[in-house]
Write a new protein. Structure first.
Length: 314
């Protein structure tokens, strides 16, 4: 979501997405001491508050065509201007038109992508990252759509792994991408058995899509997650692995920080008050493999919880 003017009040934007965490490995250790509680009083302010990895964003995409044209590097001064306005993240889709039919990524292109992460780091901005092969073709959509097959996608993810890990400090989340127009997983030649009937996906189609997500999880460090675009994708990814554990809390408050009271757990009896924003994020985890968490933000109103996207100060 992008705004033409700075967002000057203390509210939070929401992206409905499933956050699929990279592999989780637990180990037993000594019990940590319970930290002492401390009360902090905040003063009301109308200043722009820059909240890292949360809030509104700008979208700045780029391309890389067969003749190596189309790539527009990020501009540090532009990003610094966003940061001064309190916007701390951008969405960037790296379109890889040149590589749709080849498994080898150019070193020159990888250097361009690395330079973008360097620029974002200097400007104090993070990049919500997505990779895709084609933006769109003339409407209405008809096959062939022009994306890459599974083996090509997996080869590219393997080559992108060092870059993703090296720059994880400025990648708050990786959007699954790769499949279909815009990397949104729909208009695809290779991840739907019948490209003319995209609403009827087979078990084989979902197996291919899971293979992409699993490869992305392996490419990321353990403290980074993946966003999947639609509820159907969420259901297919989560339901494909029964027997998961549910140790994660049900949610938490969002305000001056991205993680604060009240916490949606049995032991927290803090009453909800009108105007509170709560991130509800039930999760399922598979020991030694990975976890998945769906997050949506609700605002407490006099009539109950209202999803932030539809809230109008009720």
């Amino acid at each position: 979501m992008s705004l033409p003017h700075p967002f000057r009040s203390l509210k939070v934007a929401v992206v409905t997405a499933v956050l699929v965490a990279a592999p989780i490995v637990t180990a037993a250790g000594p019990a940590a001491a319970t930290p002492a509680q401390q009360t902090v009083a905040y003063q009301q302010s109308d200043a722009i508050i820059a909240n890292p990895e949360r809030g509104f964003d700008h979208t700045i995409n780029t391309h890389y065509y067969a003749d190596r044209t189309g790539y527009t590097p990020l501009d540090e001064q532009t990003l610094a201007g966003y940061r001064a306005d309190g916007i701390t993240q951008i969405v960037r889709v790296f379109y890889m038109e040149k590589f749709v039919h080849t498994r080898r990524l150019d070193r020159a292109w990888l250097r361009l992508v690395q330079q973008d992460f360097n620029t974002a780091r200097r400007a104090g901005v993070s990049i919500i990252t997505r990779f895709a092969y084609i933006e769109s073709k003339p409407w209405p959509p008809t096959p062939p759509y022009g994306d890459a097959d599974l083996s090509t996608v997996l080869a590219h993810i393997r080559q992108l792994t060092p870059l993703l890990r090296h720059n994880s400090d400025v990648i708050p989340v990786l959007q699954s991408g790769f499949i279909g127009w815009w990397g949104e997983g729909y208009y695809t030649d290779y991840f739907a058995s019948d490209p003319a009937n995209l609403g009827a996906l087979t078990d084989e189609d979902w197996a291919k899509r899971r293979a992409v997500v699993q490869a992305e999880l392996r490419a990321l460090p353990s403290d980074r997650s993946i966003q999947l675009r639609t509820p159907q994708m969420k259901q297919q990814i989560v339901e494909a692995f029964p027997g998961g554990e549910f140790p994660h809390h049900g949610g938490h408050g969002v305000g001056l920080t991205s993680f604060e009271a009240p916490h949606v757990i049995p032991g927290d009896t803090t009453p909800f008050e009108r105007g509170m924003a709560l991130a509800l994020e039930p999760g399922v985890y598979y020991r030694g493999r990975f976890g998945a968490r769906v997050e949506e933000i609700y605002v407490v109103s006099d009539g109950g919880g209202v999803e932030l996207r539809t809230w109008r100060g009720a």
